[in-house]
Ligand binder design. Structure first.
Ligand SMILES: CC(C)(COP(=O)(O)OP(=O)(O)OC[C@H]1O[C@@H](n2cnc3c(N)ncnc32)[C@H](O)[C@@H]1OP(=O)(O)O)[C@@H](O)C(=O)NCCC(=O)NCCS
Length: 214
């Protein structure tokens, strides 16, 4: 049985996520997802063209979910954690469940637990005793070490490394190739800039960058 799936957001992140669903189907050797199409309230002309090239329909705005076929699942294809949280709040009003997509070339430890809406891109690595909240996105080759807790709507961008025993609060963005050293906390809605090395706890609602990150 296939599960109907819509991707909310037809920007680059959303279209990359579509390819994860396709890779999962290819690896399983049978279609698991029935890709109904993309939703977006304000798609650019350029992104609509790019969606057409993927041979998947653009369905309309988020309101399309009001009359969605039974069992339709959604995945939020938006990379910015805070925007993703806002959109998830609107999507949740329609009651469609969030799908979790793990690329076949990602590894998620068998004792990891995660909420709905997890997206793990190719090469993402989650090791042991890791807890991931709702709508956590781990981009290509991001790593999350032992005993970490990543709260809802955390994004870890490509090649970033979250060391063991870290706590990332809701809405945290870890930029591309950044490192968070072991045992540290990053506060709610904070951003770790690309290439930064976090060497001490980060408070809520700040941007840190550089090596060491300040
Ligand atoms: C750090 C970040 C959040 C921007 O912070 P900001 O304070 O709004 O940055 P601005 O663009 O206004 O730049 C302010 C200064 O910080 C510098 N800066 C920007 N990003 C930086 C980074 N990652 N590391 C070091 N310095 C950075 C700028 O060069 C600028 O320096 P200047 O004042 O000497 O000219 C952003 O640059 C970043 O790194 N985001 C992560 C992006 C990412 O991971 N993208 C991948 C998507 S898949």
């Amino acid at each position: 049985m296939t599960i109907p799936l819509v991707v909310v957001g037809c920007g680059g992140h959303g279209r990359e996520i579509l390819t994860i669903a396709r890779a999962m189907d290819a690896a399983a050797g049978r279609p698991r997802w029935r890709l109904l199409g993309f939703l977006d309230d304000r798609p650019s002309e350029q992104n609509l063209k790019r969606v057409r090239r993927l041979d998947v329909p653009f369905l309309g705005g988020v309101g399309w979910l009001r009359d969605a076929p039974a069992e339709t699942h959604h995945v939020i294809g938006i990379g910015d954690p805070r925007v993703r949280r806002a959109v998830a709040g609107r999507v949740d009003a329609y009651g469609t469940p969030a799908a979790s997509l793990v690329h076949p070339a990602a590894t998620v430890g068998p004792d990891a637990v995660h909420g709905p809406g997890l997206v793990a891109f190719a090469g993402a690595r989650v090791t042991t005793n890791v807890t991931l909240g709702r709508h956590v996105h781990l981009n290509q080759n991001a790593t999350v070490g032992h005993d970490c807790v990543l709260a809802d709507f955390v994004s870890v961008n490509p090649l970033a490394a979250v060391s063991g025993d870290c706590r990332l609060a809701e809405g945290v963005l870890v930029g591309t190739t950044a490192a968070v050293l072991q045992g540290l906390r990053v506060g709610r809605d904070s951003t770790v800039g690309a290439g930064a090395c976090v060497v001490r706890d980060v408070p809520d609602g700040v941007v840190v960058k550089g090596v060491p990150a300040r």
